[in-house]
Design a binder for this molecule. Sequence first.
Ligand SMILES: Cc1cc2nc3c(=O)[nH]c(=O)nc-3n(C[C@H](O)[C@H](O)[C@H](O)COP(=O)(O)OP(=O)(O)OC[C@H]3O[C@@H](n4cnc5c(N)ncnc54)[C@H](O)[C@@H]3O)c2cc1C
Length: 499
Amino acid sequence: MRKERIREVNGKGERPGDFVLYWMQAAVRAEDNLALDFAASLADEKGLPLVALFCLVPGFPSASREHYRYLIGGLREAEFELAGKGIRLLVARSTPEKAIAALAPRAALVVADCGYARIQREWLNRASAAADCRFVRVEGNVVVPAAEASDKEEWSAYTLRRRIMPQLDAFLDQSAEAVPRRSSLSLDLPREFAVDFDGLAAAPPGKRHPRSAETRIDEKPGRRTAVARFDAFLAEKLQRYGSDRNDPSRDGTSGMSAALHFGHVSPIALVRRALEFAGERSAGACASPELAAFIEELVVRRELAVNFVAHRDDYDSYGAVPDWARRTLAEGSAHRREALYRFEDFENAATHDPYWNAAQDQMVITGRMHGYMRMYWGKQILAWSASPEEAFATAVALNDRYSLDGRDPNGYAGVAWCFGKHDRPWTGRPVFGTVRYMNANGLKRKFDADAYVRSIEALKEASCSTTLNTSRSTETARRTTSKSTRSRPAASASAPSLS
Ligand SMILES: Cc1cc2nc3c(=O)[nH]c(=O)nc-3n(C[C@H](O)[C@H](O)[C@H](O)COP(=O)(O)OP(=O)(O)OC[C@H]3O[C@@H](n4cnc5c(N)ncnc54)[C@H](O)[C@@H]3O)c2cc1C
Protein backbone atom coordinates (compact mmCIF):
# COMPACT_ATOMS: atom_id res chain seq x y z
CA MET A 1 0.00 0.00 0.00
CA ARG A 2 1.18 3.53 -0.76
CA LYS A 3 2.64 5.17 2.33
CA GLU A 4 0.85 8.44 1.50
CA ARG A 5 -2.39 6.80 2.69
CA ILE A 6 -1.04 6.39 6.22
CA ARG A 7 -0.98 9.16 8.80
CA GLU A 8 0.13 9.01 12.43
CA VAL A 9 -2.61 10.86 14.29
CA ASN A 10 -1.74 11.33 17.96
CA GLY A 11 2.05 10.95 18.14
CA LYS A 12 1.79 8.27 20.86
CA GLY A 13 3.77 5.03 20.82
CA GLU A 14 2.83 1.38 20.54
CA ARG A 15 2.83 -0.78 23.65
CA PRO A 16 2.19 -4.39 24.60
CA GLY A 17 -1.47 -5.28 24.31
CA ASP A 18 -3.98 -8.09 23.81
CA PHE A 19 -4.90 -7.11 20.25
CA VAL A 20 -4.62 -4.52 17.51
CA LEU A 21 -7.83 -2.50 17.26
CA TYR A 22 -9.24 -1.51 13.85
CA TRP A 23 -11.85 1.23 14.14
CA MET A 24 -14.07 0.77 11.11
CA GLN A 25 -15.93 4.00 10.59
CA ALA A 26 -16.19 4.69 6.86
CA ALA A 27 -15.11 1.42 5.21
CA VAL A 28 -17.76 -1.09 6.26
CA ARG A 29 -16.35 -4.04 4.35
CA ALA A 30 -14.09 -7.00 4.91
CA GLU A 31 -12.57 -6.94 1.42
CA ASP A 32 -10.86 -4.23 -0.63
CA ASN A 33 -10.21 -2.46 2.64
CA LEU A 34 -6.72 -0.96 2.87
CA ALA A 35 -7.10 0.13 6.50
CA LEU A 36 -8.06 -3.42 7.45
CA ASP A 37 -5.08 -4.76 5.48
CA PHE A 38 -2.75 -2.42 7.30
CA ALA A 39 -4.18 -3.33 10.71
CA ALA A 40 -3.90 -7.06 9.88
CA SER A 41 -0.26 -6.70 8.81
CA LEU A 42 0.59 -4.88 12.07
CA ALA A 43 -1.27 -7.51 14.12
CA ASP A 44 0.79 -10.26 12.45
CA GLU A 45 4.00 -8.29 12.98
CA LYS A 46 3.26 -8.18 16.70
CA GLY A 47 1.86 -11.70 16.91
CA LEU A 48 -1.51 -10.34 18.08
CA PRO A 49 -5.10 -10.93 16.97
CA LEU A 50 -7.06 -8.18 15.28
CA VAL A 51 -10.34 -6.83 16.68
CA ALA A 52 -12.62 -4.55 14.64
CA LEU A 53 -14.92 -1.95 16.18
CA PHE A 54 -17.85 -0.07 14.68
CA CYS A 55 -19.59 2.70 16.63
CA LEU A 56 -23.27 2.77 15.83
CA VAL A 57 -24.00 6.24 17.10
CA PRO A 58 -27.74 6.87 17.37
CA GLY A 59 -28.82 10.35 16.28
CA PHE A 60 -26.32 10.81 13.43
CA PRO A 61 -27.37 14.18 11.91
CA SER A 62 -30.41 13.78 9.60
CA ALA A 63 -30.05 9.99 9.45
CA SER A 64 -33.39 8.24 9.04
CA ARG A 65 -34.38 4.71 9.94
CA GLU A 66 -33.88 3.80 6.30
CA HIS A 67 -30.26 5.02 6.49
CA TYR A 68 -29.67 2.99 9.64
CA ARG A 69 -31.35 -0.05 8.11
CA TYR A 70 -28.96 0.08 5.14
CA LEU A 71 -25.99 0.67 7.41
CA ILE A 72 -26.94 -2.25 9.66
CA GLY A 73 -27.40 -4.57 6.65
CA GLY A 74 -23.87 -3.78 5.45
CA LEU A 75 -22.49 -4.15 8.94
CA ARG A 76 -24.09 -7.55 9.33
CA GLU A 77 -22.45 -8.77 6.14
CA ALA A 78 -19.11 -7.28 7.22
CA GLU A 79 -19.36 -9.08 10.55
CA PHE A 80 -19.92 -12.38 8.75
CA GLU A 81 -17.04 -11.83 6.33
CA LEU A 82 -14.69 -10.59 9.06
CA ALA A 83 -15.49 -13.67 11.14
CA GLY A 84 -14.43 -15.75 8.13
CA LYS A 85 -11.02 -14.12 8.51
CA GLY A 86 -10.90 -14.71 12.25
CA ILE A 87 -11.61 -11.07 13.06
CA ARG A 88 -14.21 -10.27 15.69
CA LEU A 89 -16.42 -7.24 15.01
CA LEU A 90 -17.58 -5.33 18.07
CA VAL A 91 -20.42 -2.84 17.77
CA ALA A 92 -20.58 -0.01 20.31
CA ARG A 93 -23.79 1.96 20.84
CA SER A 94 -21.80 4.97 22.00
CA THR A 95 -19.51 7.63 20.55
CA PRO A 96 -16.15 6.50 19.13
CA GLU A 97 -14.43 8.52 21.82
CA LYS A 98 -16.11 6.52 24.61
CA ALA A 99 -15.80 3.14 22.90
CA ILE A 100 -12.15 3.63 22.04
CA ALA A 101 -11.36 4.92 25.53
CA ALA A 102 -12.90 1.68 26.86
CA LEU A 103 -11.02 -0.67 24.51
CA ALA A 104 -7.73 1.14 23.88
CA PRO A 105 -6.16 0.22 27.26
CA ARG A 106 -5.99 -3.37 25.98
CA ALA A 107 -4.89 -2.44 22.46
CA ALA A 108 -1.29 -2.27 21.28
CA LEU A 109 -2.35 0.36 18.77
CA VAL A 110 -5.43 1.60 16.92
CA VAL A 111 -5.84 1.78 13.14
CA ALA A 112 -8.75 3.83 11.77
CA ASP A 113 -10.11 4.29 8.28
CA CYS A 114 -11.06 7.74 7.12
CA GLY A 115 -14.19 9.82 6.55
CA TYR A 116 -14.23 13.48 5.60
CA ALA A 117 -17.46 14.90 7.00
CA ARG A 118 -17.13 17.31 9.94
CA ILE A 119 -18.51 14.83 12.45
CA GLN A 120 -16.12 12.13 11.24
CA ARG A 121 -13.14 14.47 11.55
CA GLU A 122 -14.26 15.46 15.06
CA TRP A 123 -14.68 11.82 16.05
CA LEU A 124 -11.21 11.01 14.79
CA ASN A 125 -9.68 13.88 16.78
CA ARG A 126 -11.50 12.97 19.98
CA ALA A 127 -11.02 9.21 19.64
CA SER A 128 -7.30 9.54 18.92
CA ALA A 129 -6.90 11.84 21.92
CA ALA A 130 -8.79 9.32 24.09
CA ALA A 131 -6.50 6.44 23.02
CA ASP A 132 -3.38 6.11 25.13
CA CYS A 133 -1.45 4.37 22.35
CA ARG A 134 -0.37 4.82 18.75
CA PHE A 135 -3.30 5.82 16.52
CA VAL A 136 -2.94 5.57 12.75
CA ARG A 137 -5.35 6.69 10.04
CA VAL A 138 -5.45 4.97 6.64
CA GLU A 139 -7.15 6.71 3.71
CA GLY A 140 -8.63 3.98 1.54
CA ASN A 141 -12.01 5.41 0.50
CA VAL A 142 -10.55 7.68 -2.15
CA VAL A 143 -8.24 6.82 -5.00
CA VAL A 144 -5.79 9.66 -4.41
CA PRO A 145 -5.42 10.61 -0.72
CA ALA A 146 -6.93 14.05 -0.16
CA ALA A 147 -3.68 15.79 0.80
CA GLU A 148 -1.83 14.22 -2.13
CA ALA A 149 -4.52 15.38 -4.52
CA SER A 150 -4.26 18.94 -3.29
CA ASP A 151 -3.21 20.92 -0.22
CA LYS A 152 -5.83 23.59 -0.81
CA GLU A 153 -9.48 24.01 -1.69
CA GLU A 154 -9.72 23.52 -5.45
CA TRP A 155 -11.58 25.92 -7.65
CA SER A 156 -13.15 23.44 -10.04
CA ALA A 157 -13.01 19.95 -11.52
CA TYR A 158 -10.60 21.34 -14.09
CA THR A 159 -8.03 22.39 -11.49
CA LEU A 160 -8.32 19.15 -9.50
CA ARG A 161 -8.30 16.94 -12.60
CA ARG A 162 -4.88 18.27 -13.57
CA ARG A 163 -3.54 17.19 -10.19
CA ILE A 164 -5.32 13.86 -9.85
CA MET A 165 -5.09 12.32 -13.30
CA PRO A 166 -1.28 12.07 -13.49
CA GLN A 167 -1.28 10.30 -10.09
CA LEU A 168 -4.22 7.99 -10.69
CA ASP A 169 -2.50 4.82 -11.82
CA ALA A 170 0.07 5.01 -9.03
CA PHE A 171 -2.73 5.02 -6.45
CA LEU A 172 -4.66 1.99 -7.64
CA ASP A 173 -3.29 -0.10 -4.77
CA GLN A 174 -4.49 -3.66 -4.75
CA SER A 175 -5.80 -4.90 -1.42
CA ALA A 176 -3.70 -7.66 0.12
CA GLU A 177 -6.92 -9.27 1.46
CA ALA A 178 -4.83 -10.09 4.51
CA VAL A 179 -6.06 -12.74 6.95
CA PRO A 180 -4.45 -12.30 10.38
CA ARG A 181 -2.56 -15.36 11.65
CA ARG A 182 -4.18 -15.16 15.11
CA SER A 183 -7.95 -15.22 15.43
CA SER A 184 -9.78 -12.88 17.82
CA LEU A 185 -13.06 -14.79 17.68
CA SER A 186 -12.70 -16.38 21.10
CA LEU A 187 -11.04 -13.42 22.86
CA ASP A 188 -12.66 -12.35 26.09
CA LEU A 189 -14.09 -8.94 25.18
CA PRO A 190 -16.59 -6.68 26.96
CA ARG A 191 -20.13 -8.00 26.56
CA GLU A 192 -21.50 -4.50 26.05
CA PHE A 193 -20.01 -4.56 22.53
CA ALA A 194 -21.86 -7.69 21.44
CA VAL A 195 -24.49 -6.89 18.84
CA ASP A 196 -27.99 -8.21 18.27
CA PHE A 197 -28.42 -7.63 14.53
CA ASP A 198 -31.96 -9.03 14.45
CA GLY A 199 -33.05 -6.65 17.18
CA LEU A 200 -31.32 -3.73 15.48
CA ALA A 201 -32.80 -4.52 12.08
CA ALA A 202 -36.29 -4.79 13.58
CA ALA A 203 -36.04 -1.45 15.40
CA PRO A 204 -33.26 0.61 13.86
CA PRO A 205 -32.39 3.95 15.40
CA GLY A 206 -32.92 7.01 13.22
CA LYS A 207 -35.42 9.78 12.66
CA ARG A 208 -38.88 9.45 11.17
CA HIS A 209 -39.18 12.34 8.71
CA PRO A 210 -42.60 13.66 7.63
CA ARG A 211 -42.68 11.50 4.47
CA SER A 212 -40.74 8.51 5.80
CA ALA A 213 -43.86 6.33 5.69
CA GLU A 214 -43.87 6.59 1.88
CA THR A 215 -40.29 5.38 1.51
CA ARG A 216 -39.82 1.96 -0.11
CA ILE A 217 -36.09 1.45 -0.57
CA ASP A 218 -35.41 -1.69 -2.57
CA GLU A 219 -31.62 -1.38 -2.77
CA LYS A 220 -30.01 -4.21 -0.83
CA PRO A 221 -27.05 -3.18 1.30
CA GLY A 222 -23.64 -4.82 1.45
CA ARG A 223 -20.48 -5.38 -0.52
CA ARG A 224 -21.53 -8.51 -2.37
CA THR A 225 -24.73 -7.02 -3.77
CA ALA A 226 -22.96 -3.80 -4.71
CA VAL A 227 -20.18 -5.64 -6.53
CA ALA A 228 -22.74 -7.76 -8.42
CA ARG A 229 -24.62 -4.58 -9.39
CA PHE A 230 -21.38 -3.00 -10.53
CA ASP A 231 -20.49 -6.00 -12.68
CA ALA A 232 -23.93 -5.80 -14.29
CA PHE A 233 -23.33 -2.10 -14.96
CA LEU A 234 -20.00 -2.89 -16.63
CA ALA A 235 -21.53 -5.61 -18.77
CA GLU A 236 -24.73 -3.83 -19.77
CA LYS A 237 -24.35 -0.08 -19.40
CA LEU A 238 -20.74 1.09 -19.47
CA GLN A 239 -20.64 1.06 -23.27
CA ARG A 240 -23.29 3.81 -23.38
CA TYR A 241 -22.41 5.58 -20.13
CA GLY A 242 -21.29 8.82 -21.81
CA SER A 243 -24.62 9.32 -23.57
CA ASP A 244 -27.04 7.64 -21.12
CA ARG A 245 -25.81 9.05 -17.83
CA ASN A 246 -27.67 12.33 -18.34
CA ASP A 247 -30.94 10.74 -19.40
CA PRO A 248 -33.30 10.11 -16.47
CA SER A 249 -35.57 7.98 -18.66
CA ARG A 250 -32.72 5.44 -18.96
CA ASP A 251 -31.22 3.57 -16.07
CA GLY A 252 -27.74 4.18 -17.44
CA THR A 253 -25.56 4.80 -14.38
CA SER A 254 -23.85 2.49 -11.92
CA GLY A 255 -26.07 3.06 -8.87
CA MET A 256 -22.95 2.86 -6.67
CA SER A 257 -23.42 6.07 -4.69
CA ALA A 258 -25.10 4.60 -1.59
CA ALA A 259 -22.67 1.67 -1.44
CA LEU A 260 -19.79 4.15 -1.74
CA HIS A 261 -21.30 6.44 0.87
CA PHE A 262 -21.67 3.63 3.41
CA GLY A 263 -18.24 2.23 2.55
CA HIS A 264 -19.59 -1.08 1.27
CA VAL A 265 -17.40 -0.78 -1.82
CA SER A 266 -14.01 0.78 -2.47
CA PRO A 267 -13.63 3.30 -5.32
CA ILE A 268 -10.13 1.93 -5.92
CA ALA A 269 -11.51 -1.58 -6.37
CA LEU A 270 -14.24 -0.23 -8.70
CA VAL A 271 -11.67 1.48 -10.93
CA ARG A 272 -9.51 -1.65 -11.00
CA ARG A 273 -12.53 -3.79 -11.88
CA ALA A 274 -13.63 -1.40 -14.63
CA LEU A 275 -10.13 -1.34 -16.15
CA GLU A 276 -9.97 -5.11 -16.10
CA PHE A 277 -13.40 -5.40 -17.68
CA ALA A 278 -12.52 -2.95 -20.44
CA GLY A 279 -9.10 -4.53 -20.99
CA GLU A 280 -7.41 -1.21 -20.31
CA ARG A 281 -4.19 -0.60 -18.43
CA SER A 282 -4.30 3.05 -17.46
CA ALA A 283 -7.08 4.86 -15.60
CA GLY A 284 -5.30 8.14 -16.24
CA ALA A 285 -5.29 7.67 -20.01
CA CYS A 286 -8.25 5.47 -20.99
CA ALA A 287 -8.73 4.67 -24.65
CA SER A 288 -12.47 4.19 -24.10
CA PRO A 289 -14.34 7.51 -23.83
CA GLU A 290 -17.10 5.73 -21.90
CA LEU A 291 -14.71 4.47 -19.26
CA ALA A 292 -13.01 7.88 -19.13
CA ALA A 293 -16.42 9.51 -18.54
CA PHE A 294 -17.13 7.08 -15.71
CA ILE A 295 -13.72 7.66 -14.07
CA GLU A 296 -14.33 11.41 -14.34
CA GLU A 297 -17.42 10.98 -12.11
CA LEU A 298 -16.16 8.28 -9.78
CA VAL A 299 -12.76 9.82 -9.18
CA VAL A 300 -12.51 13.46 -10.27
CA ARG A 301 -15.99 14.65 -9.28
CA ARG A 302 -16.19 12.49 -6.16
CA GLU A 303 -12.74 13.52 -4.97
CA LEU A 304 -13.49 17.16 -5.78
CA ALA A 305 -16.34 16.82 -3.29
CA VAL A 306 -13.93 15.32 -0.75
CA ASN A 307 -11.54 18.22 -1.35
CA PHE A 308 -14.41 20.68 -0.76
CA VAL A 309 -15.55 19.06 2.48
CA ALA A 310 -12.04 18.42 3.79
CA HIS A 311 -11.05 22.06 3.34
CA ARG A 312 -14.01 23.84 4.81
CA ASP A 313 -16.16 23.36 7.86
CA ASP A 314 -19.09 25.30 6.40
CA TYR A 315 -19.57 22.93 3.43
CA ASP A 316 -23.24 22.38 4.30
CA SER A 317 -24.18 26.04 4.52
CA TYR A 318 -24.53 28.95 2.13
CA GLY A 319 -21.22 30.44 3.28
CA ALA A 320 -19.46 27.76 1.21
CA VAL A 321 -20.77 29.30 -2.02
CA PRO A 322 -18.05 31.36 -3.76
CA ASP A 323 -18.07 35.16 -3.39
CA TRP A 324 -18.87 35.85 -7.06
CA ALA A 325 -21.94 33.63 -6.87
CA ARG A 326 -23.17 35.07 -3.58
CA ARG A 327 -22.82 38.60 -4.99
CA THR A 328 -24.79 37.83 -8.13
CA LEU A 329 -27.42 35.83 -6.21
CA ALA A 330 -27.85 38.73 -3.77
CA GLU A 331 -28.65 40.97 -6.74
CA GLY A 332 -30.94 38.29 -8.15
CA SER A 333 -32.82 38.11 -4.83
CA ALA A 334 -34.55 41.38 -5.69
CA HIS A 335 -36.17 39.82 -8.75
CA ARG A 336 -39.72 38.58 -8.90
CA ARG A 337 -39.90 34.81 -8.69
CA GLU A 338 -42.02 32.57 -10.85
CA ALA A 339 -43.29 30.94 -7.64
CA LEU A 340 -42.40 30.95 -3.98
CA TYR A 341 -42.52 27.88 -1.78
CA ARG A 342 -41.86 27.00 1.82
CA PHE A 343 -39.85 24.03 3.06
CA GLU A 344 -43.00 21.92 3.54
CA ASP A 345 -44.17 22.62 0.00
CA PHE A 346 -40.88 21.33 -1.35
CA GLU A 347 -40.85 18.38 1.00
CA ASN A 348 -44.38 17.40 -0.05
CA ALA A 349 -43.64 17.82 -3.76
CA ALA A 350 -46.38 20.44 -3.89
CA THR A 351 -44.93 22.81 -6.48
CA HIS A 352 -46.58 23.78 -9.80
CA ASP A 353 -43.89 21.86 -11.72
CA PRO A 354 -44.68 18.17 -12.46
CA TYR A 355 -41.02 17.42 -13.29
CA TRP A 356 -39.73 18.84 -10.04
CA ASN A 357 -42.47 17.08 -8.07
CA ALA A 358 -41.64 13.78 -9.78
CA ALA A 359 -37.97 14.15 -8.85
CA GLN A 360 -38.83 14.91 -5.22
CA ASP A 361 -41.27 11.99 -5.07
CA GLN A 362 -38.68 9.69 -6.62
CA MET A 363 -36.22 10.64 -3.88
CA VAL A 364 -38.77 10.17 -1.09
CA ILE A 365 -40.04 6.82 -2.35
CA THR A 366 -36.90 5.14 -3.65
CA GLY A 367 -34.15 6.99 -1.74
CA ARG A 368 -32.64 7.85 -5.15
CA MET A 369 -32.92 10.67 -7.64
CA HIS A 370 -31.35 10.58 -11.06
CA GLY A 371 -28.20 12.74 -11.22
CA TYR A 372 -29.53 14.96 -14.01
CA MET A 373 -32.78 15.57 -12.12
CA ARG A 374 -30.76 16.35 -9.01
CA MET A 375 -29.26 19.35 -10.79
CA TYR A 376 -32.68 20.53 -11.96
CA TRP A 377 -34.14 19.87 -8.50
CA GLY A 378 -31.48 21.98 -6.74
CA LYS A 379 -31.64 24.80 -9.29
CA GLN A 380 -35.41 25.12 -8.95
CA ILE A 381 -35.24 25.22 -5.16
CA LEU A 382 -32.99 28.24 -5.67
CA ALA A 383 -35.48 29.74 -8.15
CA TRP A 384 -38.53 29.29 -5.89
CA SER A 385 -37.21 30.08 -2.40
CA ALA A 386 -37.41 33.44 -0.65
CA SER A 387 -33.61 33.74 -0.49
CA PRO A 388 -30.59 31.75 -1.67
CA GLU A 389 -29.67 31.09 1.98
CA GLU A 390 -33.08 29.51 2.60
CA ALA A 391 -32.84 27.57 -0.66
CA PHE A 392 -29.44 26.14 0.26
CA ALA A 393 -30.67 24.99 3.65
CA THR A 394 -33.79 23.43 2.10
CA ALA A 395 -31.81 21.50 -0.51
CA VAL A 396 -29.30 20.19 2.02
CA ALA A 397 -31.99 19.16 4.50
CA LEU A 398 -34.17 17.34 1.94
CA ASN A 399 -31.23 15.60 0.28
CA ASP A 400 -29.86 14.51 3.63
CA ARG A 401 -33.23 13.29 4.86
CA TYR A 402 -34.45 11.31 1.89
CA SER A 403 -31.49 10.35 -0.31
CA LEU A 404 -30.02 7.01 0.64
CA ASP A 405 -26.62 8.36 -0.44
CA GLY A 406 -27.23 11.70 1.38
CA ARG A 407 -25.09 13.20 4.16
CA ASP A 408 -22.13 12.69 1.85
CA PRO A 409 -19.45 15.08 0.53
CA ASN A 410 -21.00 14.56 -2.94
CA GLY A 411 -24.35 15.82 -1.66
CA TYR A 412 -22.89 19.00 -0.17
CA ALA A 413 -20.78 19.66 -3.27
CA GLY A 414 -23.79 18.85 -5.48
CA VAL A 415 -26.03 21.34 -3.67
CA ALA A 416 -23.27 23.97 -3.63
CA TRP A 417 -22.77 23.41 -7.39
CA CYS A 418 -26.40 24.43 -7.96
CA PHE A 419 -25.43 27.76 -6.37
CA GLY A 420 -22.24 28.26 -8.43
CA LYS A 421 -19.58 26.24 -6.56
CA HIS A 422 -17.03 24.56 -8.85
CA ASP A 423 -18.68 26.35 -11.79
CA ARG A 424 -18.13 29.63 -13.64
CA PRO A 425 -20.36 32.62 -14.35
CA TRP A 426 -22.81 32.26 -17.26
CA THR A 427 -25.12 34.70 -19.04
CA GLY A 428 -27.14 36.77 -16.54
CA ARG A 429 -30.74 35.79 -15.71
CA PRO A 430 -33.37 37.02 -13.26
CA VAL A 431 -33.01 35.50 -9.79
CA PHE A 432 -29.95 33.40 -10.75
CA GLY A 433 -27.80 36.32 -11.84
CA THR A 434 -24.81 34.76 -13.58
CA VAL A 435 -25.16 31.41 -11.77
CA ARG A 436 -25.94 28.64 -14.30
CA TYR A 437 -29.64 28.29 -14.92
CA MET A 438 -31.83 25.30 -15.84
CA ASN A 439 -35.47 25.18 -16.82
CA ALA A 440 -38.17 22.66 -17.72
CA ASN A 441 -37.80 23.31 -21.47
CA GLY A 442 -34.18 22.19 -21.18
CA LEU A 443 -35.36 18.92 -19.61
CA LYS A 444 -37.88 18.36 -22.38
CA ARG A 445 -35.24 18.93 -25.04
CA LYS A 446 -32.91 16.42 -23.43
CA PHE A 447 -35.23 13.50 -22.75
CA ASP A 448 -38.87 12.43 -22.55
CA ALA A 449 -39.61 14.32 -19.35
CA ASP A 450 -43.32 13.48 -19.45
CA ALA A 451 -42.52 9.76 -19.58
CA TYR A 452 -40.35 10.31 -16.52
CA VAL A 453 -43.28 11.93 -14.69
CA ARG A 454 -45.55 9.03 -15.68
CA SER A 455 -43.03 6.50 -14.40
CA ILE A 456 -42.89 8.23 -11.01
CA GLU A 457 -46.70 8.46 -10.90
CA ALA A 458 -46.79 4.67 -11.40
CA LEU A 459 -44.23 4.23 -8.65
CA LYS A 460 -46.33 6.37 -6.32
CA GLU A 461 -49.45 4.35 -7.08
CA ALA A 462 -47.62 1.12 -6.32
CA SER A 463 -46.22 2.58 -3.13
CA CYS A 464 -49.63 3.97 -2.12
CA SER A 465 -51.42 0.68 -2.60
CA THR A 466 -49.18 -0.93 0.01
CA THR A 467 -49.83 1.79 2.58
CA LEU A 468 -53.30 2.95 1.80
CA ASN A 469 -54.05 4.50 5.14
CA THR A 470 -50.81 6.40 5.47
CA SER A 471 -50.91 7.68 1.92
CA ARG A 472 -54.53 8.87 2.22
CA SER A 473 -53.61 11.18 5.04
CA THR A 474 -50.47 12.31 3.20
CA GLU A 475 -52.47 13.13 0.07
CA THR A 476 -54.92 15.19 2.12
CA ALA A 477 -52.04 17.08 3.66
CA ARG A 478 -50.50 17.62 0.24
CA ARG A 479 -53.69 18.92 -1.30
CA THR A 480 -54.01 21.37 1.56
CA THR A 481 -50.39 22.47 1.22
CA SER A 482 -50.72 22.74 -2.52
CA LYS A 483 -53.73 25.05 -2.26
CA SER A 484 -52.00 27.27 0.27
CA THR A 485 -48.92 27.43 -1.97
CA ARG A 486 -50.76 28.61 -5.04
CA SER A 487 -52.37 31.47 -3.14
CA ARG A 488 -49.02 32.76 -1.89
CA PRO A 489 -47.80 36.03 -3.41
CA ALA A 490 -44.54 36.17 -5.36
CA ALA A 491 -41.57 37.90 -3.70
CA SER A 492 -41.45 41.13 -5.64
CA ALA A 493 -43.40 42.70 -8.45
CA SER A 494 -40.76 45.14 -9.67
CA ALA A 495 -38.44 42.96 -11.73
CA PRO A 496 -38.91 40.63 -14.71
CA SER A 497 -40.21 37.14 -14.05
CA LEU A 498 -38.70 33.91 -15.35
CA SER A 499 -40.02 32.78 -18.68
C1 LIG B 1 -28.21 18.68 -5.87
C2 LIG B 1 -27.34 17.45 -5.94
C3 LIG B 1 -27.29 16.60 -4.85
C4 LIG B 1 -26.47 15.45 -4.89
N1 LIG B 1 -26.45 14.66 -3.79
C5 LIG B 1 -25.63 13.58 -3.76
C6 LIG B 1 -25.54 12.78 -2.59
O1 LIG B 1 -26.19 13.05 -1.58
N2 LIG B 1 -24.71 11.70 -2.62
C7 LIG B 1 -23.99 11.37 -3.73
O2 LIG B 1 -23.24 10.38 -3.70
N3 LIG B 1 -24.03 12.13 -4.84
C8 LIG B 1 -24.83 13.22 -4.89
N4 LIG B 1 -24.88 14.00 -6.02
C9 LIG B 1 -23.99 13.69 -7.14
C10 LIG B 1 -24.55 12.71 -8.21
O3 LIG B 1 -25.81 13.15 -8.63
C11 LIG B 1 -24.65 11.29 -7.69
O4 LIG B 1 -23.41 10.87 -7.16
C12 LIG B 1 -25.05 10.28 -8.76
O5 LIG B 1 -26.26 10.67 -9.36
C13 LIG B 1 -25.18 8.90 -8.14
O6 LIG B 1 -25.66 7.95 -9.05
P1 LIG B 1 -24.73 6.78 -9.55
O7 LIG B 1 -24.04 6.14 -8.42
O8 LIG B 1 -25.56 5.92 -10.43
O9 LIG B 1 -23.67 7.62 -10.40
P2 LIG B 1 -22.69 7.22 -11.59
O10 LIG B 1 -22.97 8.15 -12.72
O11 LIG B 1 -22.68 5.79 -11.87
O12 LIG B 1 -21.27 7.69 -11.01
C14 LIG B 1 -20.42 6.81 -10.26
C15 LIG B 1 -20.05 7.48 -8.96
O13 LIG B 1 -19.37 8.70 -9.22
C16 LIG B 1 -19.68 9.66 -8.23
N5 LIG B 1 -20.37 10.80 -8.86
C17 LIG B 1 -21.19 10.79 -9.93
N6 LIG B 1 -21.60 12.05 -10.21
C18 LIG B 1 -21.03 12.84 -9.29
C19 LIG B 1 -21.07 14.25 -9.04
N7 LIG B 1 -21.77 15.09 -9.81
N8 LIG B 1 -20.38 14.73 -7.99
C20 LIG B 1 -19.65 13.91 -7.21
N9 LIG B 1 -19.57 12.58 -7.40
C21 LIG B 1 -20.25 12.06 -8.43
C22 LIG B 1 -20.63 8.99 -7.25
O14 LIG B 1 -19.89 8.48 -6.17
C23 LIG B 1 -21.23 7.88 -8.10
O15 LIG B 1 -21.71 6.80 -7.35
C24 LIG B 1 -25.69 15.16 -6.03
C25 LIG B 1 -25.75 16.03 -7.12
C26 LIG B 1 -26.55 17.16 -7.08
C27 LIG B 1 -26.58 18.08 -8.26
